[in-house]
Design a protein around this ligand. Structure first.
Ligand code: A5P
Length: 232
């Protein structure tokens, strides 16, 4: 098995385990990315077998996949909390703090995570880190005067890169830009960095998800690791 196939099998194992948390009638927040795709495939099978749930999608891509599976997708009109949100992550630290957004969907992902009563992360073991900032922290910014916003973000001690480059910038589902921040030594104090990023005018949201995940299902070669509270 190639390394890619092995990682994909682990992502699938984590996603499949999360399906056990879904109960009839739930409003389920559904994530974005290669791990979440396995969760959507499993939900589609359950729906085909008669399970009735509705979903809140964290991206247009996930919305399309859910609709294709006949799962009703709700958005602005949602009056009640989301019962359970399930999503991937790019980094998970021992305190269940996350970096998310490498797939560009961080704004809606954070909206869904904050609106959910339970937020369970699904991932393969490569996402576990001792300290956040091992990769990069995506920040969704308004296109208006974005270079000025990026300069202020760089002043926080980060290397900033516009995703896609200035010639062909990546656009989020919300029509905004993503600036990826790399912190050479990682994040000593993620809460402080999160507050500093959020205080920059022009920033809409960042990929530090702190105090949001209630549990994580992490699939490793040695088996599933359940972090935090995962049971229903
Ligand atoms: C999407 O914007 C991200 O937050 C994803 O949840 C994250 O990048 C994990 O993606 P994979 O499951 O593809 O690794």
């Amino acid at each position: 098995m190639t390394r890619f196939a092995e990682r994909d099998a682990l992502k699938r194992a984590a996603a499949r385990h999360a399906l056990g948390l879904v109960a009839p009638g739930m409003v389920v927040g559904v994530g974005t990315g290669t791990t979440a795709r396995h969760f959507i495939a499993g939900l589609a099978e359950l729906a085909a077998g008669g399970l009735r749930v509705s979903a809140v999608a964290t991206s247009l891509a996930s919305e399309v996949a859910l609709s294709a599976a006949g799962i009703p997708v709700v958005a602005g009109e949602l009056a009640h909390p989301i019962d359970l949100a399930v999503d991937g992550a790019d980094e998970i630290d021992p305190a269940l703090r996350l970096v998310k957004g490498h797939g560009g969907a961080l704004f809606r992902e954070k909206m869904v995570a904050t609106a959910a009563e339970r937020f369970v992360v699904i991932a393969d073991g490569s996402k576990l880190v001792e300290r956040l900032g091992a990769t990069f922290v995506p920040v969704e910014v308004a296109p208006f005067l974005w270079r000025h916003t990026a300069r202020r973000l760089a002043a926080l001690g980060a290397t900033c890169e516009l995703r896609g480059g200035a010639g062909r910038p990546y656009r989020t589902d919300n029509g905004n830009l993503i600036v990826d921040l790399a912190f050479p030594a990682g994040l000593e104090d993620p809460e402080r960095t999160a507050a500093e990023i959020k205080a920059v005018t022009g920033v809409l949201e960042h990929g530090l998800f702190l105090g949001l995940a209630t549990g994580a299902i992490v699939a490793t070669r040695e088996g599933l690791r359940l972090l935090g509270s995962v049971a229903g």
